[in-house]
Design a protein around this ligand. Sequence first.
Ligand code: ZN
Length: 264
Amino acid sequence: MLICRFAAGDDIWYGALDGLGDDDEITEDTIVAPMAGHPFVEIRPEGSVLKAADIRLLAPVLPSKVVCVGKNYRAHAAEMDSEVPSEPLLFLKPSTSVIGPGDPIDLPWQSERVDHEGELAVVIGRMCKDVPVERVGEVIFGYTCANDVTARDLQKSDGQWTRAKGFDTFCPLGPWIQTELRAEDADVTVRVNGEVRQRSGIDAMVHGVGALVAYISSCMTLLPGDVILTGTPEGVGPLHRGDSVGVQISGIGTLTNPVRSEAP
Ligand code: ZN
């Protein structure tokens, strides 16, 4: 099932999306069935079905925290002149960095080099701690696309990553949540202005989804709606004002965001 969150008039709804096109994109035939309740508890259809083209999609989830994994693809670690760490390398993005599909990424004046990082995002569905690998499937609600936008120059000069990864608008999520994805069979493609910049199978990850959720939950309690960014493959590169960046994951869809500049 595809679960989206959207605005209609003054109201915000969750909805079930149906009838995507061949590339998992919204077409004239795509419909959204609004749902009452909350998808992490119970959802039931309510109200009349809408055309997806007539609604405004929002970030599909508002996480209490976004837990990220660094250097989880060998070829990306290599392009950063770095090794793959033996254990997952964790960092956080603040919840205030989250934006939805179509929302602009703001290039901050403090940075001269802001990169895209297309990633598979795991959406947690249940409060959990110390989840064994074999039970990880029970706590995953679904998957969405993410862009771990990074101020590369500040990441280097600060020596740690909070500011470089934490600016407002630096965590686009969406366009919706796929609850039935077989993550290891999917692939991720990032395009800037239509040109392919990153492309990889998800199976190239060093630490897979099960191992990551087990490892992270051995450290911190995960809450419903928390999001895990699983790392980016090779091909990261700069974004410029006026660009359009799309993160496509097969079986989910494409998260597209325009890029604008805060600078005067
Ligand atoms: Zn990343």
